[in-house]
Design a protein around this ligand. Sequence first.
Ligand code: FAD
Length: 386
Amino acid sequence: MLDYFDMESTLSEEERLLVDSARSFVDGEVPDMGDHWIEGTFPTDLIPKMGEMGFYAPNLDGYGLPDVSETAYGLLMRELEACDSGLRSMASVQGALVMYPIHAFGSDEQKEEWLPRLGTGDAVGCFGLTEPEHGSNPSAMETMAEPDGDEYVLNGSKTWITNSPIADVAVVWAKDHGEEGTPVRGFLVETDRDGVTTNKIDEKLSLRASITGEISLQNVRVPAENRLPGVEGMKGPLSCLTQARYGIAWGAVGAAQDCFETAREYATDREQFGKPIGGFQMQQEKLAEMATQITLAQLLAHRLADLKEAGELRPQHVSMAKRNNVRTARDQSRIAREMLGGNGITADYSPMRHMANMETVYTYEGTHDIHTLILGEDLTGIQAYQ
Ligand code: FAD
């Protein structure tokens, strides 16, 4: 894959091994994601296989987790998304949005119960923050948890939840009515509890090879010990999102690199007017710009990893990288599609699939606009959301 400034030469042995094994997994084990994309399905038999490969939260430690470097984790997200955003979303949600909060904020019992099973893919998790009426502003959520003896009773609805229809457990963020000021708290809700329904959302035109659904909670009783004890307020869900957005900043590079390689190969094969289209200046300009933008995104991702490894990463760094790299992938996938002419609109080639996927990636985990406002506030000290 495109590596114009030879960043791969800076990788450690462990990081190189992880890239190689992720790439051979994608080449050897993953079925044609174009077919799944058309069908609107996710190849669920990959879920335990991805667990076996150590793809879920490999940057965490303990509980059988490999504790790889942040660069290695980012490279894994890149390799998965070069295949399809659905594959990366599976790993991101399971690892960064479900295992991370249990690891960071869970009780010892919660960790022991869930982390090994989630790590192997024996159990699937989902992350319920977004609600029908509250997307970009989740702090206005209506889902509530009322204490009742040694239980909580949850009511509310979540939507656009990746994997909710196949999940065993949902991390549900709700307002805790048992506490002063009703702070947001995380609850581990097993999806087979009475009152939980998880309808699938069909007819998506983006991220089709990923299962998305709702979570409806009607008088759902969970033991009080299902509450994540270690965090209170929006810091809980937002710190998970920082982890997942970090992976997205890397993943978007992979999608863009795959588009670039597809366009470059096509441009050298496809002949018009008696020579390869890659021999015309206009096509070369497109490849030159694509390579430049992807290289900038790649450099940003590597620097982000170094900051994270050093413990110096701020959420605003992640906002800038997610915002920039997804925009790059969104713009460049479109150029790649264009270079493939009519063939570019089919599922036989990846760019239009990536291009459609990027509409979701541009919107979830904080929309492009919201990341703009996060940066605006950081740069001026003036908050402009409201
Ligand atoms: P809205 O918040 O209604 O925004 C609509 C438009 O208004 C956007 O363009 C936005 O940028 C703009 N806007 C909003 N506020 C402002 C403002 N203050 N200033 C300027 N512009 C503004 N959520 C989960 O909790 N878990 C998941 O697993 C999950 N998976 C998803 C999977 C898919 C396929 C999709 C599409 C979404 C998923 N989401 C998930 C939800 C996602 O995070 C939300 O869609 C996103 O936060 C945006 O919320 P919204 O769709 O309600 O849009």
